[in-house]
Ligand binder design. Sequence first.
Ligand code: 5GP
Length: 188
Amino acid sequence: MEKAEKIEKAEPDYKIGRELFSESEISRRVKTLAGQVVSETKGRDLLVVGILNGAVIFLSDLIRRMPAELDAKIDFMSISSYGNATQSSGAVRILKDVNSDIEGRDVLIVEDIVDTGLTLSYLLNIMYTRKPASLRTCVLLDKREKRQVEVKVEYCGFVIPDVFVVGYGLDYGGKWRHLPSICELDSI
Ligand code: 5GP
């Protein structure tokens, strides 16, 4: 047996557990968040930067709640954080950068979840060096009690306890991103 296979076998199996937020609860909250972002956007342009892959579904719902008068553009970044495990490795690096020029733009970072804060704080530090006119962060979920580094979050969908969640863009080993609601992960 290959080493990687042995490690995989030693890990517990998981199943979808309790639903934390239903599709309609998420939809209502996303609408409210979009309203807040728009009302606090001073200019007419907004560059919305989604962090792949987890924020894709959240971002697509969020921007569709923004009015046509706002010139919202989208771009994406990919940053390594968890891999397939449920624990943060602390290792953070850019796998894919934005295509847009950030300088002088009003930028909104859209992230699925902030946990230790390492990923977001690393990302914000990079973004600041690019001199945006403003830089705000919108996260769907916040595991505040797990924070290791302080990080600025202007818009937050829901604060959650220290449980591992899947659905609405969030995965476990690539699975369950497509679930319309947000659920806890349970071991079998
Ligand atoms: P941080 O650097 O804040 O510890 O971790 C942020 C990243 O960890 C998120 O972008 C996400 O990929 C992953 N993560 C943290 N908690 C969870 C969770 O409960 N479920 C899933 N699917 N990913 C999580």
